[in-house]
Write a protein that binds this ligand. Structure first.
Ligand code: GLP
Length: 252
């Protein structure tokens, strides 16, 4: 695991963007695992800037998002489908048929999970971009006694609904359920980029990266992956000790 701590947000964003555009440049059929939330917004902006500047095409890129709210249509402003279009897809030449999210309106949720897993099995992820929830969730894999390997429907914890209420007009509008890729699928990605910003993420980053590996903190399972790069701002990284043998700390 490599951990990089950045003093400036723009540097973090450009670094993450570059890791992803390198894959887009190098691979014949790149497959990107994408995330939502406030954390990746600047990274998507940096990808758009770099791609526009270097005339990099995304026409050959396939994407899979981590999650989607159950019950929200793709054109609902708080759906992750809408978010991805707004923050990334519509700015570059992504092919509509190649950008995938679980269908929040699927009539048969179980069949939808199976469909998503089959697509993922046929298109192994080259990279998975991840944020982390305050309780250690990745995607919408909430802390629990057991975690799921594949795509499933999860009942969101109240703390997660409260944290995400800031994106909705009223807290009650935050859906109770969501589709999420499972931790098994996340860990199958060839490379994982975990990003966290802000003092409010410092405790969970410490637990996830230097605490015990436990389903009580799904992000801690990332410690078992051979190719994880963690990008933090100074605040999110402030609780980490630099003497861990499994960690390479780089300051910029
Ligand atoms: C959300 C998303 C996660 C995201 C996390 C943190 O609920 N499902 O994929 O990583 O919570 O969000 P933020 O980046 O806004 O802190």
């Amino acid at each position: 695991m490599i951990i990089k701590r950045f003093d400036r947000q723009e540097e973090l964003d450009q670094y993450a963007a570059h890791l992803i555009t390198n894959i887009v440049r190098e691979k014949e059929q790149p497959v990107l695992g994408l995330a939502t939330g406030s954390t990746p917004v600047g990274i998507y902006k940096a990808i758009i800037e770099e791609a526009s500047r270097t005339r990099l095409s995304f026409g050959h890129v396939t994407t899979y998002n981590l999650d989607e709210y159950v019950g929200l249509a793709p054109n609902h402003e708080q759906s992750y489908s809408y978010y991805m279009n707004e923050h990334l897809f519509r700015h570059l030449d992504f092919q509509p048929g190649k950008t995938h999210l679980p269908d929040g309106l699927a009539a048969d949720p179980e069949a939808e999970c199976k469909r998503y897993d089959e697509m993922l099995a046929n298109h192994p992820l080259d990279v998975q971009l991840l944020g982390v929830g305050h309780n250690g969730h990745i995607g919408f894999n909430e802390p629990d006694a057991e975690l799921h390997g594949g795509t499933h429907v999860v009942r969101l914890k109240e703390e997660t609904r409260t944290a995400n209420a800031r994106f909705f007009d009223r807290a009650e509008e935050v859906p109770e359920f969501a589709f999420t890729m499972g931790v098994g699928s996340i860990l199958k990605s060839k490379m994982i980029i975990l990003v966290a910003r802000g003092a409010d993420k410092a405790d969970i980053i410490k637990k996830a990266l230097q605490g015990p590996i436990t389903t009580a903190c799904p992000a801690s399972l990332l410690q078992t992956h051979a190719n994880v790069i963690v990008l933090l701002d100074a605040e999110a990284g402030r609780e980490l000790s630099e003497d861990g043998t499994r960690i390479q700390m780089v300051h910029s």
